[in-house]
Design a protein around this ligand. Structure first.
Ligand code: NAP
Length: 265
């Protein structure tokens, strides 16, 4: 199916790795012009090269290094696709993750940092993007959150709690900005990204698993699909939610977890 994204302009925050990168790859493969982002210049440049290799020949892929917790940097980041491509049709937000720990070990500072990283980064990006998304026939927002907003995961109290704010924000945006702008969230379960790989490597070093393979198999236990997700499975969903093919889909929080979640809705 042609997603009819060719020639559109997209920004994907925190996209030099993992789920953000897969989303950028899926959008560029459909012919969208994409600005990718991350804090580390070298990592971002390598990711841009990698995504370009799979992109539609007419798509332009650029990198813009910025920390999404820095308000001024976010304003400049949103301005980049507008300057380069003449507008912004699709905003996709990702971010790093807050530290994994139980509630009793968390500090006030960690709560404020998690809010800055997961919620305020999206608030600021959306605020800067709205005038551009509203222009020229409307646009879309997709936020990458986590399935932890539906079912809390042990020792992820910061993610379990703070991410609900961003899903509430998306729901509110889907009415306030309608009909020009659609807003949706995706709620990933475990996907095989560098973030998960480094967690498994740590578990192997601590002797919790005999090997990387054993560690990955342990993560896959309890997932009806029998495996972790491929980041591109999430990336392609993000591209679909950005596409006019999903024109009647707004205010949704789409769980992508191989069937792991136990909740009915
Ligand atoms: N992978 C999963 O299974 C999974 C499941 C549920 C939810 N999630 C959530 O999805 C998000 C992405 O996860 P992932 O697995 O794709 O992680 P990842 O592979 O570690 O990628 C994270 C990306 O974010 C960038 N980044 C981190 N902090 C940033 C900041 N302050 N400003 C700009 N860029 C920043 C990183 O680049 P730099 O470090 O160079 O900045 C990198 O490109 C996280 O919030 C994670 O908690 C992931």
């Amino acid at each position: 199916m042609d997603l009819k994204l060719a020639g559109d302009a997209a920004l994907v925050t925190a996209s030099s790795s993992g789920l953000g990168k897969a989303s950028a790859r899926a959008l560029a493969a459909e012919g969208a012009d994409v600005v990718m982002n991350g804090r580390t210049e070298e990592r971002l440049a390598a990711a841009v090269d990698d995504v370009r290799a799979d992109a539609d020949p007419d798509a332009t892929v650029l990198g813009h290094a910025a920390d999404v917790t820095d308000p001024d940097a976010v304003a400049d980041l949103v301005a980049r696709p507008v300057d380069e491509f003449g507008g912004l049709d699709h905003l996709v937000t990702s971010a790093g993750g807050p530290p994994a720990k139980p509630f009793v070990e968390t500090t006030d500072e960690e709560w404020y940092d998690a809010f800055d990283l997961l919620v305020m980064s999206v608030v600021r990006a959306v605020r800067a993007a709205v005038p551009h998304l509203r222009a020229d026939g409307g646009g879309t927002i997709v936020t990458i959150a986590s399935r932890t907003v539906k079912e809390p995961v042990e020792d992820l109290v910061l993610s379990n709690s703070v991410r609900s704010g961003v899903v509430g924000l998306e729901k509110s945006l889907s009415t306030e900005l309608a009909p020009a702008v659609r807003a949706n969230a995706v709620l990933p379960g475990a996907h095989e990204t560098p973030r998960i790989e480094s967690v498994v490597e740590g578990q192997v070093e601590r002797g919790e698993h005999d090997s990387r393979e054993a560690g990955m198999a342990a993560w896959a236990e309890g997932i009806p699909a029998g495996r972790l997700g491929d980041p591109m499975e999430l990336g392609r969903t993000v591209a679909f939610l950005s596409s006019p093919r999903s024109a009647y889909l707004s205010g949704a929080a789409v769980t992508i977890d191989g069937g792991e979640g136990a909740s009915t809705l």
